[in-house]
Write a protein that binds this ligand. Sequence first.
Ligand code: AHR
Length: 498
Amino acid sequence: MKQSKITLSKDYRISKVDNRIFGSFIEHLGRAVYGGIYEPGHPAADENGFRRDVIDLIRQIDVPVVRYPGGNFVSGYRWEDGVGPVESRPRRLELAWSTTEPNTFGTNEFMRWCKEANTSAMMAVNLGTRGPDDARNLVEYCNHKSGTYYSDLRIAHGAKEPHDIKLWCLGNEMDGSWQMGHKPAAEYGRTANEAAKLMKWVDPSIELVICGSSNSGMRSFGEWEATTLDIAYDNIDYVSLHQYFDCRDGDVKNFLAKSCDLDNYIKTVVCVCDYIKGKKHSKKQINLSFDEWNVWYHSNGAKFEKWSEAPHILEDVYDFSDALVVGLMLITLLKNSDRVKVACLAQLVNVIAPIMTENGGKAWAQTIFYPYLHASRYGRGWALTTLLDTGKHDTKDFCDVPDVDAVAVWNDESEELTVFAVNRDPEEDEALTVNLKDFAGYVPTQQIELAGFDLKAVNTADSQNVKPKTKTLSGVYDPMPVLRLRPLSWNVIRFVKK
Ligand code: AHR
């Protein structure tokens, strides 16, 4: 059996994990809202039209923050269309996805839904077709108590108390030519800076995310971040990153190595942030909001009727290999939790999502639901530096890829320690030795495992083919625990202090 070793100590701390790293995303796109979280008339819908079966699944994951309403959608959105009496809301052509937006669900419905789903909002403003004025009006509508035009309008719309939304995105993917109102870096930097100024004047307690690159392959990557940060540094708090991986070429070995790219991407953006910090002689640190990440490719090219309402778009059906990649991406985010403070698995329901639904029918967990659920449940606490001794291999695009990737999170309050580990080897078991150093009295009690499935295995409305198994661990681990990681497996090894 191959051997790997991980050495853990309470002293080797990366950072306290910001729980918002387990966030997700709901866009007005396809069936994310309509037929996803909101479906009046569905047997499981409550009096608000919210699907309780979907809320139950979301509550299982415990999603701390949900980005809304887009995505590409937000760059053409008039937020006023989605508030007030439903019967007078306009139906609009939605240009980002070539659909029709009925606007029967909007800001106040979303905020009510957040309460039911036990989550909070990360609200995006439109800096594509609109600008600073509409952005500051939306902050006033959502966060100002009363006594002004927009706050009183909110109250008239039935939301007496302010929504008190703390986290805001300054547009979406403004570097991309596909974006409505796409701008060159300097122009976006100025717009974002002015919007940020006004928004914070309305509510100084909010935090703002400026758009970084749409992915690390953009030609303007690096330069975009440097230019925009140089302009808006003092008024913003986070820079965004987006990344989706695919396995179009069928090369799973290479697919599993793509989390190395994620790590490089994060570290490069950190360097750019700190370069601008140095250049400005600033004491302020800009952190990262990885507010779109996932695997996305299965649904590419799927046809739908133009200008239809809530069509089936971007409905990736995820297989077991995708779950492993999502697990590796989560490990990478946790390893970088000193700078990644917010992250959103894109998206949450139906659209490239861990949760799928049928209109009028069932809701179920896709394969990728499970690593996300485990990380959110057990990944809260202190992320620990992973001193990992493991074999390495090369793939088509990457060299020295670790055979095992792992990270540990220590929850000092509950006195639990969790190791998340993926064995990338397609054939061989790994014996993972865990050197617990100063974790005296901590013993492994459980190993949750996603392993042994066909790489193409998927879950459906009727069958949970890919789901985790939990083993109780009760052996004598002397001098150190040694855990078996099966070939191509996602593992959650839980230690508690006895
Ligand atoms: O999440 C789907 C889309 O991907 C989002 O709308 C956009 O921001 C990104 O390109």
